[in-house]
Design a protein around this ligand. Sequence first.
Ligand code: NAD
Length: 300
Amino acid sequence: MSATVIDGKAFAAKVRGQVAEHVTRLKDKHEITPGLAVVLVGEDPASQVYVRSKGKMTVEVGMKSVEHKLDADTSEADLLAVIDKLNNDASIHGILVQLPLPGHLNEDLVINSIDPAKDVDGFHISNVGLLGTGQKSMVPCTPLGCLMMLRDHHGSLSGMDAVVIGRSNIVGKPMAQLLLGDSCTVTIAHSRTKDLPEVVKRADIVVAAVGRPEMVPGDWIKPGATVIDVGINRLDAPEKGEGKTRLVGDVEYDSCAAVAGAISPVPGGVGPMTIACLLANTLTACCRANGLEEPAGLTA
Ligand code: NAD
């Protein structure tokens, strides 16, 4: 069997196109422009790259993009003051504080100071609680992207056995909640799970979010299962030249693709969906803030 490749790059482009159409309609009909503010503290190179591409894509879909770049030694009080200002700015519908923050800043405190209605990352404790109780919330972008890809491929997920490997607050746990919300039978596996291969072998859907390069081999996969690889791991690639690297997922792609029914690659799978879902969340937040109907198919 050779798996269908779930093309996250193409799907993300489609989602961004849908967001852009809604933004045009909001501007034409209601004279509203959704606004996304990204706050970056410090000069972490990877975070700088993420923030740049978020800003670029925000503008590309017709939204207002605001960036606040703060020094690495910014005090908690000063950061909270920036967030407070954004919370009270009616032209800003989404606020994202780029993580990780420098060590002297309390991440939980900072995230929980964002207005939950503008928390487009879905990390505020109120949104976590709303998602866990099946209520309308802002949903974390990466798991939302995975859910959209799974729904697009399968239609209904009802009754399917899903195994999520990883229990982080940003991917594993919200992913499990979303799959439960779509009536899957969900198992969350983690570093202490006994006999992980047997657990994974039960799954119709495997979502790997661990951060360990190629840890899931093909012989853990049930024939025909759908495999979503969230992992982003950078490995040295001397074969490409000195100092070169390559990206791999948490899944051993070739051996899994030989057994699975469908699989998302790395790169070009979940990664591009994350920013597309950030834009979708900003649009959703803007519609909610203005009492307008939410865009169909772009939320959980
Ligand atoms: P994390 O380090 O917070 O969590 C990793 C989880 O994996 C933990 O819950 C841990 O229990 C589990 N784990 C560790 N070793 C394990 C093992 N041997 N067997 C089973 N489980 C094990 O990581 P995270 O933030 O959830 O990210 C996971 C991966 O997803 C990383 O590679 C990260 O780069 C990637 N990621 C990608 C995107 C994207 O946009 N595509 C977004 C977020 C994270």
